[in-house]
Design a binder for this molecule. Structure first.
Ligand SMILES: [Zn+2]
Length: 382
């Protein structure tokens, strides 16, 4: 092959032991990528088996794509579940798959049509890319597009590797006052913002969140930032409640010691909560939402039970409660970033520990332990 470059540069991304990708950039504009050998990535080979190894991936850039040097990747419950169980519902790991979907990084190359980003911009990425021509996308419901390709959801590779190619439309610049570690938390926060938006929270609403896992915490903080006067969050793990209970405006109930419905009734004159967010996926909690919501209130189902579960439909009917569901998020990344940039949501206390890329497997083993004192574990790739 002969490579002639006029007045341009070749960015050779030297990634660990191998040169994986050569990007040709002329006058700051990306022209083409030449695939090299492979890139080191955290690969889930099969259920229970991880390796940090070279993997050859097609990361060719199109004119609307950007190239991103990955800085930080958060470990999500779904990544851990693929590791420990080999699948989630219909998504089964059949071939080696790179894990990770909660990422931040720096732009290293721009497709020729990209206008809103610059080389060197600090960014975070939406991991789900829909088919722009699908009916769901046209309706703004791109999160439920059946054709969505989502990082680290089989058979799509994730982003636990030094560099990725991604559509610029799903890549968001982050302001200087948000660290790379915080930016990698935008993805789970987006679920909370989606839930709060669905709830149509009114100023002064009282909200209940069932489950103080990372997503329950994100939902609670998003509900508070969206105008709730009080957010009551429940769990069985006291260390988790202690962490989220440190935020002003959040009350905690350990359901080992106290019935949540009793606490809600006692503190709302027996009326109930305006909004109930179910974020545990636990069948008993899902059955309980009808006891917690006020007449005319709204229940938003965020947690995903493993099996079909029972719902107290009459309990909801006699209150004319509204039931809504949440699956990931659409069009909320900018809102989540704005809430963090403004200081209304501070996620720093939820980052429990950061591992080096070389220690990725140890990070996943730690995540699989499920320590109640861990909220978010992250891997620093770059
Ligand atoms: Zn996630």
């Amino acid at each position: 092959m002969v490579l002639v470059i006029l007045k341009g540069t070749v960015i050779r991304e030297k990634l660990h032991a191998v040169d994986s990708v050569v990007n040709i950039v002329v006058d700051g504009s990306y022209i083409a990528t030449i695939q090299g050998a492979a890139m080191k990535a955290l690969v889930l080979e099969e259920k229970g088996k991880l390796s940090l190894r070279d993997i050859a991936l097609n990361q060719t850039m199109g004119p609307n794509d950007v190239r991103i040097a990955i800085h930080t990747v958060g470990i999500c419950g779904s990544d851990v579940h693929y590791y420990t169980h080999g699948g989630i519902g219909p998504f089964i790991v059949k071939e080696p798959m790179v894990l990770g979907h909660e990422a931040s990084g720096t732009i290293t190359a721009l497709g020729e049509k990209v206008k809103h980003l610059r080389l060197g911009d600090r960014v975070c990425m939406e991991p789900g890319v829909p088919d722009p021509n699908s009916r769901a996308s046209k309706l703004g419901l791109y999160n439920v597009d059946p054709a969505v390709s989502f990082w680290a959801t089989p058979p799509i590779h994730g982003c636990l590797m030094p560099a990725v190619t991604h559509p610029a439309a799903y890549t968001f610049k982050i302001p200087d006052n948000i660290s790379f570690a915080e930016a990698a938390m935008v993805e789970p926060l987006a679920v909370g913002v989606q839930a709060a938006q669905k709830a149509l929270i009114k100023p002064g609403d009282v909200a209940v969140v069932l489950g103080a896992g990372p997503i329950g915490m994100m939902v609670a903080l998003a509900a508070l930032a969206s105008g709730c006067s009080r957010v009551i969050i429940s769990d069985v793990a006291q260390p988790k409640l202690d962490i989220i209970g440190n935020y002003a405006g959040i009350e905690t109930v350990n359901i080992r010691n106290k019935k949540l419905a009793e606490y809600v009734a006692e503190t709302t004159d027996g009326w109930g909560a305006d909004v109930v967010f179910e974020a545990s996926g636990v069948p008993a909690a899902i059955r309980d939402v009808a006891n917690l919501v006020c007449p005319g209130g709204t229940c938003v189902m965020v947690g995903m039970p493993v099996e079909p579960v029972a719902l107290d439909l009459v309990g909801l009917q006699v209150k004319e409660a509204t039931l809504k569901t949440v699956f990931r998020y659409a069009n909320v990344y900018d809102r989540a970033i704005n809430l963090m940039a403004s200081g209304k949501i501070d996620l720093k206390p939820l980052i429990s520990e950061t591992f080096s890329f070389a220690d990725s497997i140890a990070a996943f083993e730690r995540a699989a332990e499920g320590r109640p004192t861990d909220v978010k574990l992250q891997i620093r790739v770059g």
